[in-house]
Design a protein around this ligand. Structure first.
Ligand SMILES: [Zn+2]
Length: 260
């Protein structure tokens, strides 16, 4: 222990962040251990967020080799290792920082992510999206319905009420889709063309007679199989649009594997 009697020794903790958590750090702190001097008492959660890393990205914190929870108070001399959410690693014997991993992957998307929302629905994932929505509402829906909140807003993920969130690195919707497929291993869970792109409702088989009044005449002639949204009534069939979506899905899943 430093000699407090001297009165001029600042407590210092050493931090190291792993894997994609480094995306949030200032360049000089990435992929290296760094010392941080402090005078105030703070929880490890607050300290981590002060470096720019949202707590929703963190799944495991080791202090001097022992796992701790977010409420741990940082002490002088601590060596703190901070790890991202491991969906695939077995660390059951350590203190995970969140409830059980989500089995049913469901999403709620921040505003401005409408294209990504349509893509995720196209893959069959339950995805809530509104183009106007308050941050508090998004946080509440994420917590209450156990939905993963996808956003480009780090501040939103720092809200204490958000337990399952993910910060999208990509800005272009197709790349965002690839990123989300990779991050949550969605490739094997996808059920393409099972959900309405417009309203998120599960589609039902429909006979040609039921769908006929909504179909272009040519489509009614060429196709026999239709799906229809029981909520908003939109009809779907395997035309050119379907083939383009199929290609997009296959390409995105392929890209997510290649990018690992
Ligand atoms: Zn619909």
């Amino acid at each position: 222990m430093p000699d407090r009697a001297l009165g001029n020794v600042m407590p210092v903790a050493n931090f190291r962040f792993y894997a994609e958590l480094n995306d949030f750090l200032a360049p000089e702190r990435r992929f290296t251990e760094f010392a941080y001097g402090f005078l105030d008492v703070a929880t490890v959660k607050d300290r981590i967020e002060s470096f720019g890393v949202p707590h929703t990205e963190v799944d495991l914190i080791l202090v001097n080799g022992q796992s701790v929870d977010f409420a741990y108070r940082v002490q002088d001399g601590d060596r703190i290792s901070v790890y991202p959410v491991f969906e695939a690693f077995d660390i059951a014997e350590l203190t995970r920082l969140r409830p059980e991993p989500l089995r049913d992957l469901r999403f709620v998307l921040d505003v401005h992510l409408g294209r990504l929302a349509a893509y995720l629905r196209m893959l069959g994932f339950d995805t809530l999206y509104q183009n106007r929505c308050a941050d508090e509402f998004l946080a509440e829906v994420s917590r209450g319905e156990r939905r993963i909140l996808l956003t480009r807003d780090v501040g939103l993920l720092k809200r204490g009420s958000v337990t399952h969130g993910y910060y999208l690195r990509a800005t272009e919707p197709r790349q965002q889709l690839t990123e989300v497929i990779r991050r949550f291993d969605l490739g094997r869970l996808a059920k393409p063309f099972s959900r309405c792109l417009r309203c998120n409702t599960l589609l039902a088989q429909a006979g040609k007679d039921e769908a006929r009044h909504q179909l272009p005449a040519q489509v009614a002639v060429l196709h026999d199989e239709f799906l229809r949204c029981p909520y908003c009534g939109r009809a779907y069939w395997k035309g050119g649009h379907y083939r383009r979506m199929r290609q997009l899905i296959d390409a995105s899943i392929q890209a997510s594997v290649v990018a690992r």
